[in-house]
Each structure stands twice: as structure tokens, then as C-alpha cells.
Design a protein around this ligand. Structure first.
Ligand SMILES: NC(=O)c1ccc[n+]([C@@H]2O[C@H](COP(=O)([O-])OP(=O)(O)OC[C@H]3O[C@@H](n4cnc5c(N)ncnc54)[C@H](O)[C@@H]3O)[C@@H](O)[C@H]2O)c1
Length: 354
């Protein structure tokens, strides 16, 4: 049996607990410390996860030589400073999405990784879905032919998280639905297709539902309830078009809130076949041709997948020297370049280079 990897979790709000629960299912992971600036959260999560070593200041956790690796699960504006400090302190880093606030900061994180010789894994959990394990090899083997179009639809009808808090305050989050949820679909689409060289973006973002906060009508809220005296200065709807040279294109519609039916789907179209994940499609159907006719092939696969367990397990294995991280800092920077271009294109009302 391999040695256990001693892990600290920095930020034990919603997703920090998800990481703790995931590591608990990984045989070689040992979460030895938790950190949060909120003492009440820290006390509650210490009890919930049975981890007695706690820190209110992340610098103190990083100074503990026992801790080999950290999960960083804090608000977006703290991703870059804490990741860079953790790498400088000699810790391997699993960094939640989005990588940070912009591509320049992303490059600084990658530079810190290179200087440290430690590992940096992006928390792109959707790559760990069962469908990705089926579709990525199909595409790599050329079963879909040349991929030339991707369509992303990620629509929540009323799904603004933590209205009035850090999620909806641009200085802390970097943006709204685009940076918070489109990052997942864009990452998965590029991971499946290998289209890691975007060249141009034309996009428009809107902000229609989050402000004034008192007028937002919702059924449930992630990270709620709303802070009535808080800030909402981010996007809640965006649409756009991304070019990958002259070979391929991607359209997206993403909403934290809009008057449209909820959907979360990615469609990938090649000249030999097409697939769609999510939406009204159940499972995976390959739209192709057979014996000179259009034909649909329903692919059988085990749809059960514990994404966070797989993500943390791969991180622990990589720390043990048994495999590469499943989502790299370089890929994180490509995504940040796209997100920067989406916001810039919207502000300037024109297509911009990525
Ligand atoms: N992978 C996913 O599907 C997924 C889902 C939700 C959130 N996230 C990401 O995880 C991150 C956290 O989101 P969340 O929903 O858990 O937010 P949250 O607000 O529930 O938790 C953040 C925690 O960080 C703590 N914190 C703030 N500053 C800190 C500091 N300096 N040191 C230590 N702790 C600090 C807060 O007190 C809070 O407990 C975000 O970047 C978000 O985008 C990812």
C-alpha cells in the first residue's frame, strides 16, 4: 500500500466540505487540517469532518511541515494569492475553479508552480463525469471525424448563488455566470475535443435579475439567503461565439438567471458523427451514418460517477508520483484567456483576439 498523503483544506465553506467528504473516500488521503477565517464555520466543520487541527490564518497552515498538499476552496479573488503562497511554501495544490480572476494572475500561478517543482491541479470536476470517459476516447480515435462545431447551453432559470455576497461582487468573484459556471462547460468541451487553441471571441453579457436584490424572486439559493444590503455588479446571462482558427467554432448561452427553460448541455459536431451530453438527451447517442443512411447509435455505459472522489483521488495519486494531474495550470490559463476575452468583447461590443 502507498503512503498516505497529508492534506490541508483552506476555506471550508460549501465546497471545502465537499472536498473533505471526497478525500474521506480516498484510501491514501488523510485530511489533517482545516483552515477558515470564519471561526464559527471552522468549529462546525472541524466537528463535522472530525479534523481537530484548525487554523484561522492560512499562513499558519502552510507553515506546518507535516502538510504535503492543500485544497484551496476560498472565494475567487483569493485563489491566486493563496495558491502562490502555498506553492512557495512547498505544498502541492488542488485549486478550485475558476483558476483566478484573470489570465495574468493565472500565468503567475503557473510560474510559481514551475519555481516550486510542486504539482498544481485545477478543480475541473466535470471532466470526471462518466460521459467524458466515453466520449473523449471516441473523439481521440476519430469516430466523430473532424470536430468543427460545439454548442453549449447552460441555463438556470433562477440560480444566482449567494446573491449580495462575494459571488455577485465583481471585485471578489471576477464576474457572474460566465466565470462561475460557463468555465465548467468550456473546460469540458475543450477537454473532450482537444481544441485548446481559441483565437477569437465575440460575446455579450447581461445583468438583468440580480439587482435590485429585493426584486429577485427565487425558489432556492446556493450559498443563500440573499444579503439585502450587498452588491450585485456581475453578469447573469451571456451569449457568445468562439473561433478556434478557421477550423472550428463554439457557441454558448449561459445564465445564472433568465426567462428560459433550464438546460445544461454540450453538443459536439464532427463530420463523421455528433454527440450531445445533457439537455433532453439521455445517456449518449452517437448521431452518425450506417450503410449509407443516417443512424443513431445508443452507447451503453455506467453513468454513475463520483466526480469529486475521482478528482481528489487523481490528485493524491499524482502527489504519490503515480500519474499526472488531470487538469493542468496551462489549461487553466487558456480558460482564463477565454473568460477575459468574453468580458472584453462584451464591454467593447466587438470581436476580440484571445
Ligand atoms: N467545483 C465546483 O463545482 C464548485 C462548486 C461550488 C464552488 N466552487 C468554487 O469553490 C470556491 C468556494 O466556493 P464556496 O461555494 O465553497 O464558497 P463559500 O463562501 O461557501 O466558502 C468559502 C469559504 O472560504 C472562507 N474564506 C474566505 N477567506 C478566507 C481566507 N483568507 N482564508 C481561509 N478561508 C477563507 C470563507 O469563510 C468560507 O467559509 C469558489 O472559488 C467557487 O467558485 C466550485
Amino acid at each position: 500500500m502507498s503512503r498516505k498523503v497529508k492534506i490541508g483544506i483552506i476555506g471550508v465553506g460549501t465546497i471545502g466540505s465537499v472536498h473533505a467528504d471526497a478525500y474521506a473516500k480516498v484510501a491514501d488521503a488523510d485530511v489533517v487540517a482545516l483552515c477558515d477565517i470564519n471561526p464559527e464555520t471552522l468549529k462546525a466543520k472541524s466537528a463535522r469532518h472530525g479534523v481537530t487541527l484548525t487554523y484561522e490564518n492560512y499562513h499558519d497552515l502552510l507553515a506546518n511541515p507535516e502538510i504535503e498538499a492543500v485544497s484551496i476552496c476560498v472565494p475567487n479573488d483569493l485563489h491566486a494569492p493563496i495558491a502562490i503562497d502555498a506553492l512557495k511554501a512547498g505544498k502541492h495544490v488542488l485549486l478550485e475553479k475558476p483558476m483566478c480572476l484573470n489570465a495574468d494572475l493565472g500565468r503567475q500561478i503557473v510560474a510559481a508552480r514551475d519555481a516550486s517543482g510542486k504539482l498544481l491541479q485545477m478543480g475541473m470536476v466535470r471532466r470526471q463525469c462518466a460521459e467524458a470517459d466515453v466520449i473523449r476516447p471516441l473523439i481521440a480515435e476519430g469516430k466523430l471525424g473532424k470536430i468543427y462545431q460545439i454548442n453549449i447551453k447552460q441555463i438556470r432559470r433562477r440560480g444566482i448563488p449567494g446573491l449580495g455576497g462575494w459571488f455577485t461582487t465583481k471585485a471578489r468573484s471576477g464576474g457572474g455566470g460566465v466565470i462561475d459556471i460557463a468555465v465548467h462547460s468550456l473546460d469540458l468541451a475543450l477537454y473532450l475535443t482537444g481544441l485548446w487553441e481559441p483565437t477569437a471571441v465575440s460575446a455579450k453579457t447581461y445583468s438583468k435579475f440580480g439587482s435590485p436584490i429585493k426584486d429577485y424572486h427565487y425558489v432556492s439559493m446556493w450559498a443563500g439567503p440573499p444579503k439585502m444590503d450587498g452588491v450585485f455588479d456581475v453578469d447573469d446571462y451571456a451569449t457568445g461565439f468562439i473561433r478556434f482558427g478557421s477550423e472550428a467554432t463554439l457557441t454558448f448561452q449561459v445564465a445564472w438567471a433568465c426567462n428560459s427553460a433550464p438546460e445544461d448541455s454540450i453538443e459536439i459536431i464532427g463530420d463523421k458523427g455528433g454527440v450531445k451530453i445533457g439537455g433532453s438527451a439521455r445517456g449518449i447517442t452517437l448521431l452518425t451514418e450506417y450503410d449509407g443512411r443516417p443512424a443513431d447509435i445508443v452507447l451503453d455505459y455506467d453513468s454513475q460517477s463520483d466526480g469529486f472522489k475521482k478528482e481528489t483521488e487523481k490528485f493524491v495519486k499524482a502527489v504519490q508520483g503515480e500519474g499526472a494531474v488531470p487538469a493542468t495550470g496551462e489549461e487553466g490559463v487558456v480558460l482564463m484567456r477565454i473568460l477575459d476575452a468574453i468580458y472584453k468583447s462584451s464591454e467593447t461590443n466587438r470581436e476580440v483576439a484571445v
